[in-house]
Design a binder for this molecule. Sequence first.
Ligand code: GLV
Ligand code: MN
Ligand code: MN
Length: 443
Amino acid sequence: MVRISIRAVYVACAAMLGTMATSARAQPAGASDGPRVDADRVEARILSLSEFGRNPEGGVSRVAFSEADIEGRAYVMSLMREAGLEVRVDPAGNIIGRREGTDASLPPILFGSHIDSVPFGGNYDGDVGVIAAIECAQVLHEHGIQTRHPMEVVVFSDEESGLTGSRALVGELGEGALSERTHSGLTRREGIRAIGGDPDRLAEVKRAPGQIAAFMELHIEQGGSLDKAGVDIGVVEGIVGIEWWDVTIEGTANHAGTTPMGSRNDALLAAARYVQAVNEEVTSEPGRQVGTVGQISADPGAHNVIPGRVHTSLEIRDLSREVIWSLFERIEARAAAIAEETGTTFTFTLLDVSSIPATMNEVVRSVISDAADALGLSWLSMPSGAGHDAQDMARIAPTGMLFVPSRDGISHSPREFTTKDDMANGAEVLLRSLLAIDAGALE
Ligand code: GLV
Ligand code: MN
Ligand code: MN
């Protein structure tokens, strides 16, 4: 059975995509050596996991700490046990499945992703990385392969609303984040308890540099570069930083019929100008920076009342923290001018969910591209515009991340899709990379 898709590499987008391996190779002699992942099993498990929190559009609404998350986690733990892993839930709610190595003096190699979703999300974001990681562990188990390092499959808790599990691993899950309310309706503190963690024992979760030999995460690209270029694997160079703000605009609620247009302090009008201003500031200079206003609600919310208060948001992402903060300062200045024009006030509250930009380890990047080459898969180097737990892990361990194509670049949507072959290719590259690291690639 041939599962490796060797796609023609379409070079036209090379400039946009960064470094690119432009050869579509014939399968090298060594490509069929060694244990192989089971593509059908990977796909079947992705489909089974998508039953937990299924939404009418065919994706999942499996927000962290919800019933669906709890059920999905139980399913994933059952798969981990089937793969011969010793499973536990750490105090931050991360699921860890461990397999001992032959050298007790070595720290573990960690690999995994997350299974929580955004509201109305898809079936592949995070899930592919988790199911592929379990597949790698299962292949080692079934073939009786003994690694030198202990191997730990990790399913991070609550990735989508603030990289909760990985922040705990780096020792930075603080009071602010714990008391924030999440999409589940629970605060993070309550949520962590609901999934079997203990927020009062987070100190036990922290791992210091040197305590993890390497971390690897396979993920869907969530953008369209690989799909458009017909390339199998993305080797991630770096991951963007992300900052979130809650934004409140205060105006004056008043009668919509009797208040002349010139005498209003309309908070929603101010919000409309603010949304436009965010877009103008972010696009005013070249670069890959992005800014989004993704939430909005107006009070009191009636046809015949001028909105007196608006709750809205701001998200800014870039590979540089400086760019994020200088954009924020410009947006804040624009908001001050809008407030002046509309007789309103703006308050920006920074949320305790910062993701710090991270560069992936160069050796791990070569390990990934070498594995792709050995399997006859095409690959290219690229940045990640999405946030990932790998960016926290990069602060305490040599970290690498690889992408597989997302059809039409769609993600955070029920229309998210990745083919069976692409998932299997990613799992295969992950497995080879883990074995290369275990064999000493980083030593
Ligand atoms: C995580 O999925 C993100 O929002 O980038
Ligand atoms: Mn994800
Ligand atoms: Mn996501």
